[in-house]
Design a protein around this ligand. Structure first.
Ligand code: F6P
Length: 258
């Protein structure tokens, strides 16, 4: 199938990219909150973006978890692995999510689908400062973090703050803190308010969002009307070379000042 069949007008994509202050947007039709085919189209469009951005030869791809990334993994095929040696590395440890949507599982899934390789990052989510310092000295973890920081591309999704907090089993007090502080979006374990200011941070082990400016390609995949506010807020934190794959429902809401 041609990607053009699923995509909104280029004019709208440019308008959205400008509104968000990022390099490029792809908008697929529909509302992925309600419509599975729209989610699949976003996943397919993401793969087209990866295929466009990744050079031939060796590349490291840092990947996040979540249901959107799982869908991206599901629609990947050997085709993207042609003429490429891809290494998929989870950008974070567990983040307290169910195993199938953890970054480790997604990276492994992507490697299998594309004929590439993956590397695991097994670290617990909440660790005490002493444990953290020790883990950071662990050669295997240190090496994985170095590989992540030198990735060619990072692909991830953006979540609604409260939904993500609940999914990760964060306690009532923290939920209340997030509400009080006006958290609307979460990505990279960071909860941000509508201005894009970080109001709460999870797991310190993994790729830090502060490293994004030095990663050659940054690809966010998130859609659905319900995620519009989250996408808009998160985009205030990203470097200008970021690409976004989204859907009509989120795009319209953002462009109409939602
Ligand atoms: O945990 C990884 C992550 O990609 C977060 O960055 C994001 O908030 C969340 O998952 C999105 O999850 P979903 O795709 O299920 O909405």
């Amino acid at each position: 199938e041609l990607m053009g069949q699923h995509v909104q007008s280029q004019e709208k994509e440019t308008r959205l990219a400008n509104a968000l202050g990022i390099q490029h947007c792809t908008i697929v039709i529909g509302n992925s909150d309600k419509d599975e085919s729209s989610l699949i189209d976003m996943a397919r469009a993401s793969i087209e973006v990866l295929d466009f951005l990744l050079p031939e030869g060796q590349s490291t791809v840092a990947v996040m978890g979540g249901t959107t990334m799982l869908e991206v993994a599901e629609v990947m095929s050997q085709q993207i692995g042609l003429h490429r040696e891809l290494l998929f590395v989870p950008a974070r440890g567990g983040l307290g999510e169910s195993v199938d949507i953890q970054a480790n599982a997604i990276a492994e899934n992507m490697a299998r689908k594309t004929g590439g390789r993956s590397r695991a990052l097994y670290v617990p989510e909440h660790v005490r400062m002493e444990t953290y310092s020790l883990l950071m000295k662990e050669p295997e973890i240190k090496e994985t973090l170095e590989i992540l920081e030198n990735a060619s591309l990072v692909i991830y999704s953006i979540g609604n703050a409260l939904e993500m907090a609940q999914r990760r089993g964060m306690d009532e007090d923290t939920l209340k803190e997030l509400i009080d502080k006006g958290a609307v979006a979460e990505a990279f374990g960071e909860f941000v308010d509508p201005k894009g200011d970080i109001v709460y941070k999870l797991s310190r082990i993994g790729l830090q969002s502060s490293k994004l400016p030095s990663i050659p390609h940054v690809v966010a995949v998130a859609g659905g009307r319900e995620k519009a506010k989250a996408i808009k807020a998160h985009m205030k934190t990203v470097p200008p070379h970021t690409w976004l794959v989204t859907d009509e429902a989120a795009a319209n809401e953002i462009l109409n000042g939602g």
